[in-house]
Design a protein around this ligand. Structure first.
Ligand SMILES: CC(C)(COP(=O)(O)OP(=O)(O)OC[C@H]1O[C@@H](n2cnc3c(N)ncnc32)[C@H](O)[C@@H]1OP(=O)(O)O)[C@@H](O)C(=O)NCCC(=O)NCCS
Length: 169
């Protein structure tokens, strides 16, 4: 039996929260310290930003500390260089008992505000107590056709992840 979140200011796991309540956006300006030896954005730096923004969205949903359990489907579609504005957008797609799937899309934004996707990732964040034990999280209520489709796909991905773990991947 999973513990429940306690405390007056944290949401109950029976509470229903929407995707918009925890959606998070972060913007970074690429500086020389973000570049690899070829002068392009270092992949490890982008992965750090992805992990951070996904964690913030999950904390906003769960109302308690979280830990990253898995990162998958991390696709680098395009590179970026010094002076580019990098926008990361994170939102919850699926919620299990204690885990939350967060999608992070990363864009390069040009001076006119137009964005092109350079990376897409899905992360699994797990709500934990002070001993690192999983805690139940509030329910997630999709309310648009896109959010329902994401939920169905998230459920399928969670089942695939479970199968992979059982097979020892
Ligand atoms: C994530 C963690 C808390 C899960 O603990 P656990 O004892 O395995 O707990 P459970 O087996 O009950 O799993 C809890 C939830 O996490 C999910 N989960 C656990 N491992 C997972 C993985 N590798 N991939 C995806 N989901 C995972 C389970 O499906 C379950 O989800 P649900 O409650 O929504 O059904 C534990 O594995 C851990 O602390 N891992 C290290 C995390 C860490 O240090 N991250 C930072 C890396 S630098």
């Amino acid at each position: 039996m999973k513990k429940e979140i306690s405390g007056a200011s944290t949401p109950s796991y029976e509470e229903i929260r929407t995707v918009e309540m925890s959606e998070t956006e972060q913007v970074h300006l690429i500086t020389p310290s973000d570049l690899n030896s070829y002068g392009r954005l270092f992949g490890g730096r982008l992965m750090q930003w992805i992990d951070e923004v996904a964690g913030i969205a999950a904390i906003r949903h769960a109302g308690c500390p979280i830990t990253t359990a898995a990162v998958d489907n991390l696709q680098f579609k395009e590179g970026a260089g010094e002076g580019d504005l990098i926008v990361l957008r994170a939102w919850l797609t699926y919620v299990g008992n204690t885990s939350m799937e967060v999608r992070v899309d990363t864009y390069v934004e040009d001076m006119s505000g137009k964005r092109r996707v350079i990376n897409r990732a899905y992360l699994v964040e797990v709500a934990v107590d002070e001993d690192g034990q999983p805690l139940r999280v509030p329910r997630l209520k999709p309310h648009s056709p896109e959010q329902y489709a994401e939920w169905d796909n998230g459920l399928r991905r969670q089942q695939l992840r479970k199968e992979r773990r059982q097979e020892g991947y």
